[in-house]
Ligand binder design. Sequence first.
Ligand SMILES: Cc1ncc(COP(=O)(O)O)c(C=O)c1O
Length: 396
Amino acid sequence: MHMQEANRLKRLPLYLFTIIDELKDKAMKEGKEIIDFGMGNPDQPTPKHIVDELCKKARFKENHRYSRSIDKSEILLRDSIAKWYHKKFGVTLDPGSEVLPLIGSKEGIAHLSLAFLNNEDIALVPSPAYPVHFNGVLIAGGILHNIPVYEKDGYLPRLKELPKEITSKAKLLFLSYPNNPTTATAPLEFFREVVDWGKKKNIIIGHDLAYSDIVFDNYRAPSILEVKGAKDMCIEFHTCSKSYNMAGWRLGFAVGNKDVLATLAKTKSYIDFGIFKPIQYAAIEALLGSQACVKETILIYKKRRDVLVNGLRKIGWDVPLPNATFYVWARIPDKYSALTSMEFVSLIIRETGVVVAPGTGFGEYGEGYVRFALVENVERIKKAVQKIKRILEMET
Ligand SMILES: Cc1ncc(COP(=O)(O)O)c(C=O)c1O
């Protein structure tokens, strides 16, 4: 049988981590010890009180059925999300219409494009970005318009400089601060300007706040919904994956404009049957229970951040110190600046077994950079730095 995948799939680049996995596999077979900073996949266990709640609730047979939005678990979950939101950001949400649980925020982000984009509609996406922000647009068959963002601008997009031919066709704008991969953060003032601009242009704004809790040195990550009037056209994506080390559980949520959320919910209703109810109860426990576990997680990442950044600086690789996210976004050292980020990553994996993500995995404007995810422990970070030192000292 001759099979052809759909054109919209052909437009997608090969998933970055598939390529990295092949390189890793090869290095492993050659006997290299792999120290993996590639994927932003939290390595810490989900806190016990959350796991306990899952186990407890899994014992009830009524929790094994499909989840409907009128079911007790979903009503309680939406209520808990609204409470968590109010406590964290001081923003009041109507749990019935302004909160939508998701099977992980990645699912919701991809479906937002599917829900709104026709073939002639443009989605604006800063580049570099978390891949589903732009790949979701391609899967939906919309037109992707990358907005290059640069270190010198703090990786904030210059929206006012976009030509009218683009903005008049734009229906969606994706943003995400604290940012993966650049680690950039945005002040509330930036969100004020974006909301004001978006309102004038009639553009829906999807802000991805996956790293709201992963912040250091007294930094607080604001929600775009703190801006007055933001609910007119903004929604915001959140996740339990990072704050509570629940990446595999698949629980996220979107909050904000009720019409946008209703359309997203409609799209999802034809595709999925909600989240396993025991996971919903466990998420309620996560959001409303003790937040001591979040503080512990932050301390772990902070220590790792300091060890990695100081270590790299000591061996002559001057990387910035992030004040949020669990990543370090590093310009390729001058000595190797002739290499593409993928070539540089291949070299490090081949020579040392240390895995980092190439900047181009996050879009073309990620070229020239690599990303470290702080998902290895301090001892292994120190070991990795020594291995990288060899690369920096190598004859080229
Ligand atoms: C910016 C950003 N958004 C969303 C996600 C995905 O989160 P979830 O596990 O909720 O799908 C990630 C995961 O790395 C991320 O970095």
